[in-house]
Design a protein around this ligand. Sequence first.
Ligand code: HEM
Length: 525
Amino acid sequence: MAHDKVNQGQKDTEGTLTNRQGHPITNNQNIRTVSNRGPATLENYDFIEKISHFDRERVPERVVHARGAGAHGYFESYGTVGKDPVSKYTRAKLFQEKGKRTPVFVRFSSVIHGGHSPETLRDPRGFAVKFYTEDGNWDLVGNNLKIFFIRDAMKFPDMVHAFKPDPVTNIQDNERFFDFCANSPETFHMVTFVYSPWGIPANYRMMQGSGVNTYKWVNQKGEAVLVKYHWEPKQGIKNLTQKEAEEIQAKNFNHATQDLYEAIDNGDYPEWELLVQIMNDGEHPELDFDPLDDTKLWPEEQFPWLPVGKMVLNKNPEDYFAEVEQVAFGTGVLVDGLDFSDDKMLQGRTFSYSDTQRYRVGANYLQLPINAPKKDVATNQSGGQMQYVVDNAPSQNPHINYEPSFLGGLTEANQSGQEHTPRVEGNLVRQSIDRQNNTKQAGETYRQFEDWEKDELISNLVSALAPSDRRIQEAMIALAEEADEEYGHRLREGIKRAPKGGSSQKSLGSRAGEQAVQDAIKKGH
Ligand code: HEM
């Protein structure tokens, strides 16, 4: 898609090196100097263009999810959701017909670590999908895990600060991570996943995905239901123990990018099925959690996973920067038939994504081929750095870059179905939700883990918590005890017996006196 435009500069020159002005480069080895020993002259246009472009090669990395890999592919709809036609719940065009294909671009990522960090580190993984639909783009910006650390967007910058390196030493520090988590008990369910093997997926192909936040589907009559999206890998799910991850990391810190690239290059195209959970719109007082609380799973027995389509990734990017680095996903990017829920995290996220992208990529980031929809765009927006597309081109009168007008400018679209107009009322407040139940599902998750997953969880938590302040340890143990008696007991005993000093490196996933910790855990069991 994008590549004709990306490589435009080289097209006419048939392999001959030029500068960006189209001038042939006859000498790419030497700058222009007075005699071959210098000094150099200031009019060295070719050199100055080359070096000054190089000086600007990087844009700011994503403030989170900096390390990633991407691929192109397609989504194919089943036309149904479970036994029902999908139109019962949503009028979104991409889902309506069985077999209908929509092109996609996917970016997988790790979250906290920087742009070239090892892909073996303990972290959630990002799973962001851009659907280039006939109605414009839809971005489903998800993670591999189905829940999140916090439930209010206000806390996100603090959370990220605590998880990122210390502002003084620039060293990532488990004590800061657990200090935030111990003081934010809603994180405990996510911590239970992240410190288990689910915190290190073996690669990107063998991990699930989830939209995490709650959205709505809207049908032709304007009726809405709440939905959660999940991606299930056809390759199976595989997670790593800490030891396995360390062994890979010793030899290769790009293993997940490499795995994805090589699989696609070899024609072994990875596939995921898209499934949704559906709930009637409302507060659901019968549940012991709020359906809009993203720290909670919707129990599968009550809200079954219903398949709606599959996604195949079958083409590698041609240029990492143009596509994977500059791609911009956002939770606000929905198409007709899809809507927001009142999920407070989702609302906060929706401001943040396009805001950061106007800074990270630039005001006209949506004109880049990887971000532009594959359909005509007709806006009255103009100007800004790097504008090169005339957005109101389909208008009958290019002089009219405003609306409304008698003189032939762009006009409003017709509504394609009944608008969904939920009624909202209440006092304006700053309050957390009811039914917080911070540890119950963490206990259920712990009990559902296989024995080796429980062992890993305890061992990883003990190693990571051992060097922390006693108050942080106690608060984390109390959360584990509240979640599950055995979980709490094993964590308490493990920490009691672990060497206090820990290792000098306290970053996520590091080991504090590996053997001693293992011994302590066995004894505490
Ligand atoms: C990336 C903000 C929660 C998944 C980002 C970026 C920001 C951000 C600023 C960088 C975007 C860019 O530079 O293009 C937030 C805020 C959150 C939040 C404010 C909470 C209030 C979440 C949650 C998920 C998530 C709950 C999982 C569902 C992602 C993914 C990316 C990302 C996958 C990387 C997208 C890509 O590959 O380009 N987030 N985020 N975020 N976020 Fe969030």
